[in-house]
Design a protein around this ligand. Structure first.
Ligand code: NAD
Ligand code: UFG
Length: 338
């Protein structure tokens, strides 16, 4: 298949490009480099030994997107393009709604006009809200989000579902990611956050390399075995392979399907700290601090549906995730910047 990756230069998109190519598919990348850079694509090309057609295009720009669809016919789209920082979305809600909703609407319009009927969408466990208790099943009713970023995912799921209801040719797969961490084992592509990282693993690796003085564990008094929050961390290469299965599955059916991509195994923040220390034979400077507003105590998937429907399950363990995150950080202390 030929797959267009909207936002394909980003963290998950770049790993997915590698997995798709390894599985024998072709990829085309469209990205405005709002949170990424062309160097990520160059590294994917070096890893796979394949030249990837790529375009600096804002997915909201309908004419520019249409021109890419005309020039590069594709069978399927994976929609990664979005702004994703939870805290920033509270500060700049309009920018988040504008970018995330508009990219989705524009993609749907351009897909229809170019007779592309399959879309795989990057959704998030955040749409389950606080109302649902883990393990989280795809059959649960969506919950209430605590921030504009989460609401954009919630709304984009609704938009895509309504589009598929109206257009019986459309195949929509809503992938609900849990917590992607890790990097390609080569250490040449990985997560490259701008400024101070919001997410746990980049903060851990930047602390280990000395860019941050100390990791603050947000809350030690949750109702969990060690008092710190539980999450479902998944290796980004497992997640990428899940996308390969999802685009292949999208071809075989119509309508909407929702699939969790997680491991189904929760780990605490302190589990991550200790696993990182052990896997990489180092000591992390950390302290327990106050809770972060909006954090749920527990969030993990039931991962059965992905296994049944996609024939996919995560293969890599926490040690792999910690080793590969550190390998990327060590080889690229400043991310993709030289
Ligand atoms: P990322 O920021 O690394 O990748 C997103 C990419 O989209 C970036 O390359 C960015 O430049 C691009 N982009 C943003 N707006 C665009 C636009 N208007 N036009 C063209 N390109 C645009 O993030 P990621 O971690 O790779 O996440 C990919 C998707 O998965 C996002 O939609 C994110 O919300 C979702 N998601 C991520 C996580 C996570 O923890 N990383 C969890 C759940 C869901
Ligand atoms: N944490 C710390 N210290 C830090 C950073 C994080 O203790 O410096 C803790 C958090 O409190 C949380 C855990 O580490 O308990 C994971 O936090 P992340 O910020 O890495 O991830 P979240 O689970 O908060 O958020 C992720 C995605 C969001 C998505 C959300 C719900 O990053 O995009 O899952 O699906 F909305």
């Amino acid at each position: 298949m030929r797959v267009l990756l909207a936002g394909g230069a980003g963290y998950i998109g770049s790993h997915t490009a590698v997995s798709l190519i390894e599985a024998g598919h072709e990829v085309v990348i469209v990205d405005n480099y709002d949170n990424s850079c062309p160097e990520a694509i160059a590294r994917v090309e070096a890893l796979t030994n394949i030249q990837i057609p790529h375009y600096e295009v804002d997915v909201k720009d309908k004419a520019a997107l249409d021109a890419v669809f005309k020039k590069e016919p594709v069978d399927c789209v994976i929609h990664f393009a979005g702004l994703k920082a939870v805290g920033e979305s509270v500060e700049k809600p309009v920018a988040y709604y504008r970018n995330n909703i508009d990219t989705t609407l524009t993609l749907l319009e351009v897909m229809k006009e170019n007779h592309v009927n399959q879309i795989v969408f990057s959704s998030s466990a955040t749409v389950y809200g606080a109302e649902n208790a883990s393990p989280l099943y795809e059959t649960m009713k969506k919950g209430t989000c605590t921030n504009p970023y989460g609401w954009t995912k919630w709304m984009m799921e609704q938009i895509l579902s309504d589009a598929a209801y109206a257009d019986k040719d459309l195949s929509v797969i809503l992938l609900r990611y849990f917590n992607p961490i890790g990097a390609h084992p080569s250490g040449t592509i990985g997560e490259d956050p701008q400024g101070i990282p919001n997410n746990l693993m980049p903060y851990v690796s930047q602390t280990a390399i000395g860019k941050r003085e100390c990791l603050t564990v947000f809350g030690g008094d949750y109702d969990t075995p060690d008092g710190t929050c539980l999450r479902d961390y998944i290796h980004v290469c497992d997640l990428a392979e899940g996308h390969v299965k999802a685009v292949e599955y999208a071809q075989t059916r119509k309508g909407v399907d929702i699939i969790n991509l997680g491991t189904g195994t929760p780990y605490s923040v302190l589990d991550i700290v200790h696993a990182f220390e052990k896997a990489n034979n180092l000591k992390l400077n950390y302290k327990i601090g106050p809770r972060r507003e909006g954090d749920l105590a527990v969030c993990f998937s039931n991962a059965d549906k992905a296994k049944e429907v996609l024939g996919w399950q995560a293969k890599r363990n926490l040690e792999d995730m910690c080793r590969d995150s550190w390998n990327w950080q060590k080889q690229n202390p400043n991310g993709y910047k030289k």
